[in-house]
Every structure is written in structure tokens, then in C-alpha cells.
Design a binder for this molecule. Structure first.
Ligand SMILES: Nc1ncnc2c1ncn2[C@@H]1O[C@H](COP(=O)(O)OP(=O)(O)OP(=O)(O)O)[C@@H](O)[C@H]1O
Ligand SMILES: [Mg+2]
Length: 511
């Protein structure tokens, strides 16, 4: 059978920064397979797939689709060949409906006019066929992250694509949403579609993919691996070139005084309690993890604790003294914050790496004197972070937008960790970073904790929360329903609280 895709000797140089992102790569996709494309941050995964999708012309080498040579100059060329792509960062318009987002640019017409009713019926049929469970007329801004991801997939399938590229579709999803996505992918595969999935979670590769290929520094170093014959450890070694410590655990040895305290935190919206009387104490030398299924108030909690949103009631204390929780105040009180959504809150991507790595801290004496920035000191600081966090960038002056997704992430982490905060409030710290960087970030968090920092960790990755936290609090429907030391309950007990099953009378048997 002829391969769905055959890419030969592909080379791509980004001339603006003179980076060879893809170096003489061969890549094939068999019809009807799920193929996992692996590699560290900056290895060239997105670049290679954007070439296939016609977004990275010019390139060197040859691309064959179903046996015929094609030149991929523009996404329209790819779409004509039945190829579609869901990008690493969502590209939806929040104020438009699901249908409008899906059909944009390809609207069915009635005479000269967009036939909205027909489009809506069509899209609702697709939604129902794939069991996506949402309304075609809903506004995208009202949807959860998982639902938005499904809109991206609908968009990719609309018009009948046979080859679907998913660039890190699971990075922003909860474990439950990942399960749903995998069901959808299996269904698509059954229908004869060919799928590429890029992911940093090797467990996912093992669970869903038939074959895998590994890029390192722009070169294809292992291809067409039969996934049924390898382990997570095998794959991680291929990617990084050494053994990686996955699932790092190191309990705290000395827990000190309370550094940060929140009392009576409540948030009411339209007569509904989004957060209800939350009380948390964060002590020096410990990591407190918040576990919970997305949408139970974590995002709002984070926004309040970091001064982005106002609570209905709240009292906050730093080292016993009452503080006003606005964002600027938090910084001066040495409460650091790694936001959940890096793209919109953590970075100004038009600006350089060095400007971003000190963003919000430019007034520190280290970086400025009498309002004048110390360019050399900032440059040195940034260069040091590029080294220690292994940020893949040719130098500190490049614009953030030219970096790969995972490397942008590392900039935000490096900024906060370097400012010697007493308290770190950190959300989804390893979202989108490769396993080597995850290992580094986790060990850094434990190191900071051992130095006596108090860390509040909010993550949708249950493995991450369980491994790193000394204490866990489970949030369910805006309330802390369980708080205990890590070893005091099992993973399944945790699941019972996270899903609210503990509230069922005569229920699931947790004391
Ligand atoms: N638009 C661009 N302009 C300049 N350089 C770029 C551009 N896009 C990517 N690069 C560079 O090309 C290299 C490969 O980036 P790419 O985005 O393909 O990596 P990736 O494997 O997808 O990484 P990640 O896992 O972090 O998403 C990186 O060094 C990156 O800095
Ligand atoms: Mg990428």
C-alpha cells in the first residue's frame, strides 16, 4: 500500500535567526495509523509538521502525498490534499460561535449569503456523530478548554480531511479530557484517517500510537518505532540521549512557620458560589498541591491569590501580616506567581527573551539604576538562564515568538524562580515542556522548597501533584473537601474526592 505521506530529505532554515530547525529528515505516515512524533523542546516537531501543512515554505526536500509529489506552498495546498492541522496554540475567535469558528473561510452559501442555518445543522451533525457533546451555536468563550480543543478538531475535520496533524493537543487537557480525545482519535482511525500526534507525555504515546518517530536537534534519530515493543523509559532515553528521572519524589525534611495564609476566601458570581470559604496555610519548606478536576474553581483561586481577580471575601497574610492582594503588592511581598496561561499572561512574545525573563522585575536594583536599564547585567542574567534551563535560543536578544512553545514556558519559570520569592504560587509548571525540562523544573522546585520557600502547586497533571506535594488539598465545586499529607490516602481515594463521590450517601467507602 502506498504511504499516505512520505517526506524525503527535508531541510528548513529559519533565515531570520539562522537556525536549521529541520536537518535532512525523512518521515513517513502509513495510511490509517496513529503516529507519535517525539522530541525535546525545539527539536523541530512543529516545524516539520508545518511544512507538511504548507505553512513553512520554502523548504528543501520532497513531499509525496498518496504517492504523488506535491509542493506545499500554502495551507490551501495541504487542505486540497486532505491534510489538516490543529496547532499547538488555539486559533479560535472567542466571540464567535462553534459553527462560525469551524466554517470560517469555507462557509456554505445560499445565493450570495452565508447560510447559517445550514452550517449549524451540518456542524451539529458532526458533533453528534463523534459524540462531542456540545452545541453548535454556543459561543467559544463559554466553552471549557477541552471543548475548545474539540472545536479545533471539528475545524480540522470539516471539509473531510484524511490526514490530521495534532500538535500537542493534550498539553492543556485534563486526564478526563485526554481520555475523551483518545476515544475520538480511535474513532477517526477506524474511519480510515491517518493521524500524527505530537506530545511530551510518553504514556500517551504508549496508549494511543501505533508507531513513533523521534527528532533531536532537527535530525530524525529513530523512526517508525513499533510502540507495542517499547516502554516509556526506552522512549525517553531516545529523546534525551540519557536516562531521565521520571516521577521525582523527595519528601520534605523540615517544615517551618506559616509563610502565607488565606482565610475565608469566597467568590460569588451571579448568585452562585464559585469558591466557598477556602482556608489555606502554606508553610516554609513544603509544597502544598491542589488536586482537582478542571473547572472546580482552580483558575479563579489562582487569579485571586495572584491579584488578577477580586474575591467577594478574602483575607491574606504574609508572615503573619495582613496584605492587600493586588498583583504589584504580591511582588513586593515576595510572593511569586507562574500563571496558568503563559501566552496571554506570562509573556510579551513580540519582545526579546531578555526583556521577558525580567518582565515585571525591571525595577530591581540588579537590573536598573535611576530608571535606566542595565542592559549588560540583564543580558548576562538572561544568558545564564538560557544555560541553566537549557532554553533553546541562539542568543538572549531573539524575540520570544521565534522560540518553540516549551522554550517560552521555560522563560516564565526561570523568571519567577530567580527572583528569590518566599512564596511561589505556580500553576501547570510543566505544561508543554519536554521530559528533560520537566525533570529540571521538578528538581528546582524541590530545591527551592528545601531552601525554605513555601510553594503552592496547582496542576491538572495528577502524577505531578502527587509526586511533588508534601500536603494535598482536593478542590471540588469550589470547596476544599479534603486536606491531608501525601501518604495519608491512595490515588483511588483521591479520585473519589475529586469527583465528589464522597458526598454520595452510603457511598464509595472512604472514611
Ligand atoms: N517562526 C520562527 N522563526 C524563527 N525560528 C523559529 C520559528 N519557529 C521555530 N523556530 C526555531 O526552530 C527550532 C524548532 O522549533 P519548533 O517549534 O519546530 O520545535 P518543537 O519541536 O515543536 O518544540 P516544542 O516541543 O517546544 O513545541 C527552534 O530552535 C525554534 O527556536
Ligand atoms: Mg512545537
Amino acid at each position: 500500500m502506498v504511504d499516505a505521506v512520505r517526506m524525503l530529505n527535508i531541510e528548513k532554515i529559519y533565515t531570520s535567526v539562522n537556525v536549521k530547525a529541520v536537518d535532512k529528515v525523512d518521515f513517513t505516515l502509513q495510511k490509517g495509523e496513529i503516529h507519535s512524533l517525539l522530541g525535546e523542546n525545539g527539536a523541530g516537531k512543529s516545524t516539520l509538521m508545518k511544512i507538511l501543512y504548507g505553512m513553512n515554505y520554502p523548504y528543501e526536500g520532497e513531499v509525496y502525498i498518496n504517492g504523488t509529489k506535491q509542493i506545499m506552498k500554502h495551507p490551501m495546498d495541504a487542505i486540497k490534499q486532505g491534510i489538516s492541522m490543529v496547532h499547538q496554540h488555539f486559533m479560535l475567535t472567542p466571540v464567535m460561535t462553534v459553527t462560525e469558528n469551524v466554517v470560517i473561510g469555507r462557509e456554505p452559501n445560499k445565493g450570495l449569503f452565508f447560510d447559517k442555518a445550514r452550517a449549524e445543522t451540518e456542524i451539529q451533525e458532526m458533533i453528534d456523530t463523534y459524540g462531542f457533546n456540545m452545541s453548535a451555536s454556543a459561543k467559544v468563550e463559554s466553552l471549557s478548554t477541552g471543548e475548545q480543543q474539540r472545536v479545533e478538531i471539528l475545524k480540522a475535520m470539516y471539509g473531510g480531511a484524511d490526514i490530521i496533524i495534532l500538535d500537542e493537543p493534550t498539553a492543556v487537557l485534563t486526564p478526563q479530557e485526554v481520555d475523551e480525545l483518545f476515544k475520538i482519535m480511535s474513532k477517526l482511525k477506524k474511519d480510515g484517517k491517518t493521524i500524527v500526534i505530537i506530545t511530551h507525555k510518553l504514556k500517551e504515546t504508549i496508549n494511543i500510537a501505533d508507531r513513533a518517530s523521534v527528532l533531536r536537534d532537527g535530525k530524525m534519530i529513530e523512526k517508525n518505532i513499533d510502540v507495542s515493543k517499547v516502554t516509556v523509559e526506552d522512549l525517553s532515553k531516545m529523546m534525551v540521549g540519557r536516562d531521565v528521572e521520571l516521577g521525582m519524589q523527595r519528601p520534605s525534611t523540615s517544615v517551618g512557620e506559616t509563610a502565607f495564609e488565606v482565610k475565608n476566601l469566597s467568590l460569588e458570581k451571579n448568585g452562585r458560589n464559585i469558591l466557598n470559604n477556602i482556608n489555606l496555610q502554606l508553610r516554609r519548606g513544603e509544597i502544598l498541591g491542589i488536586a482537582g478536576i478542571e473547572g472546580n474553581g482552580q483558575s479563579e483561586l489562582l487569579e485571586i491569590l495572584t491579584g488578577v481577580k477580586k474575591a467577594t471575601t478574602v483575607e491574606m497574610y504574609k508572615d503573619g501580616a495582613k496584605i492587600d492582594g493586588n498583583a504589584r503588592n504580591m511582588i513586593s511581598n515576595k510572593v511569586g506567581h507562574v500563571p496558568e496561561d503563559r501566552m496571554s499572561q506570562g509573556l510579551v512574545t513580540e519582545m526579546s527573551l531578555m526583556d521577558n525573563v525580567i518582565l515585571g522585575y525591571h525595577k530591581n536594583p540588579e537590573f536598573s539604576k535611576k530608571g535606566i536599564l542595565k542592559k549588560d547585567a540583564i543580558h548576562e542574567f538572561a544568558t545564564d538562564k538560557i544555560d541553566s534551563y537549557r532554553i533553546k535560543a541562539s542568543n538572549a536578544k531573539v524575540a520570544c515568538k521565534t522560540l518553540s512553545g516549551g522554550n517560552q514556558q521555560k522563560i516564565v519559570i526561570a523568571r519567577i524562580f530567580s527572583q528569590d520569592p518566599d512564596v511561589i504560587i505556580i500553576a501547570q509548571p510543566t505544561r508543554g515542556v519536554d521530559i528533560g525540562a520537566m525533570e529540571y523544573i521538578h528538581s528546582k522546585m524541590l530545591e527551592l522548597r528545601d531552601e525554605g520557600k513555601a510553594i503552592l502547586l496547582i496542576s491538572a497533571d495528577l502524577d505531578e501533584v502527587r509526586n511533588l506535594s508534601d500536603r494535598l488539598a482536593v478542590i471540588y465545586e469550589g470547596e476544599i473537601v479534603l486536606e491531608a499529607k501525601r501518604d495519608e490516602f491512595t490515588e483511588s481515594e483521591l479520585g473519589v474526592y475529586m469527583t465528589g463521590s464522597h458526598t454520595i450517601k452510603g457511598g464509595v467507602g472512604v472514611e
